[in-house]
Design a protein around this ligand. Structure first.
Ligand SMILES: C[S@@+](CC[C@H](N)C(=O)[O-])C[C@H]1O[C@@H](n2cnc3c(N)ncnc32)[C@H](O)[C@@H]1O
Ligand code: SF4
Length: 367
């Protein structure tokens, strides 16, 4: 089975109002020392064979050109040349993705870029607390193409505060005119601890569902393959790194708050930036949480991940034995369906996936 390498860059120019990812604003002065710490952690994991690479954040494009080059050297020294990865993605925000950085990424060997747009409407971007405009996205996108990237993902969010169906569809159509190879459309989640949560915002689930249904319709007409709940790709451009997660494959995670999964053990590094740097400078482990899933919990976890893929699951005897009644119940209530010996989320289940997934996570219903 293939293995992924994830590197977390936890720096952002400004914290968005909806985001609970491990990312910090106004800490740019820490980037150099953070890269040094990453170098130490990479050396501890040296030569673990990985076939896909994902540099995510935070905002990796906040790194200066020389910092990107330093990161590329760390990867190359410990895991081999970047062009040798089957897929190597670098996450970028529109305001910091300059032609010079795009050239540095191509020179380093990255073959995929993922840009967070979220909306094509400047008033919505402002509500989200984004620091870029739609025009800046357009420039960054064109620069990425001019710089030689032929595999680009763009993220959108549906269900923004005050967003109408018309405005969402307008963003989607503008994006379709650009024709990126991959599009991710997430329904807005109000996460605890974010400004949106504190403001008491609530999503209109009915309207969000209409937006996601419209997404499905428009993107399938445009030739995109809906292969995971939130992900669409032109044929052949499905995200190889992310697919490894959904296949419950192993991955090495480096950096503050990064998660690794190896030998059935999931470990998470400390989400406290200073602690991560201190631990790496002092030869201590940065791991702040670890768990080994076994038995029913492990089978449930892998089923939950697998059901995210629209293709569905060919159930093993063990999966049937441990979760047969739950799966049958969801087939009866119409959230799962059985097609060609594979069980998968139904059209209805796609929008109520969390209800299905609850059955595969402890505490189990029969416990
Ligand atoms: C790792 S995050 C951030 C990537 C990059 N820093 C950016 O902001 O574009 C990847 C994507 O997750 C989505 N996302 C983050 N928080 C979300 C939330 N609370 N609800 C829905 N989507 C969210 C956004 O579309 C975002 O682009
Ligand atoms: S959404 Fe992206 S840019 Fe905004 S705070 Fe989160 S990681 Fe940073």
């Amino acid at each position: 089975m293939k293995r992924g390498l994830y590197i977390h860059i936890p720096f952002c120019k400004q914290k968005c109002n909806y985001c609970d990812f491990a990312s910090f604003a106004g800490q740019e002065r820490m980037i150099d020392v953070y890269l040094q710490a990453l170098g130490h952690e990479a050396a501890l994991n040296k030569e673990i064979a990985c076939q896909t690479l994902y540099v995510g954040g935070g905002t990796p494009s906040l790194l200066a050109v020389h910092q990107m080059e330093r990161l590329a050297k760390i990867i190359c020294k410990n895991f081999g040349p970047i062009p040798n990865f089957e897929e190597s993605t670098f996450e970028a925000n529109p305001e910091s993705l300059t032609p010079a950085k795009i050239a540095a990424l191509r020179n380093a060997g990255f073959n995929r870029i993922s840009i967070g747009l979220q909306s094509f409407h400047n008033d919505e971007l402002k509500t989200l607390g984004r620091v870029h405009t739609a025009e800046q996205f357009w420039q960054a996108y064109q620069a990425a193409i001019a710089g030689g990237f032929t595999n680009i993902n763009v993220d959108l969010i549906a269900g923004l505060p005050g967003q109408t169906l018309g405005k969402f569809v307008n963003s989607l159509k503008k994006l379709l005119n650009l024709g990126p190879q991959h599009i991710s459309v997430y329904g807005l989640q109000i996460e605890e601890g974010t400004p949106f949560f504190t403001q008491g915002l609530e999503c209109d689930q009915v309207l969000m569902r209409r937006m996601l249904e419209e997404t499905d319709k428009l993107l399938s007409i445009a030739g995109y393959h809906h292969y995971e709940i939130s992900n669409y790709a032109l044929p052949g451009y499905e995200a190889k790194h992310n697919i490894l997660y959904w296949q419950n494959a192993e991955y090495v995670g480096l950096g503050c708050a990064a998660v690794s999964y190896r030998g059935g053990v999931r470990r998470q590094n400390t989400p406290v930036l200073k602690d991560y740097i201190f631990d790496m400078e002092n030869g201590k482990t940065p791991v702040s949480f670890s768990e080994q899933l076994t038995g029913k919990a492990q089978v449930g976890e892998s089923l939950m991940l697998a059901f995210r893929q629209l293709d569905g699951v060919c159930l093993s005897n063990e999966q049937r034995k441990l979760f047969g009644p739950e799966i049958e119940r969801h087939v009866q209530n119409g959230l799962l369906t059985c097609v060609n010996k594979k069980v998968k989320l139904s059209a209805e289940g796609l929008y109520l996936a969390n209800e299905v997934f609850r059955s595969f996570v402890a505490p189990f219903e029969d416990a």
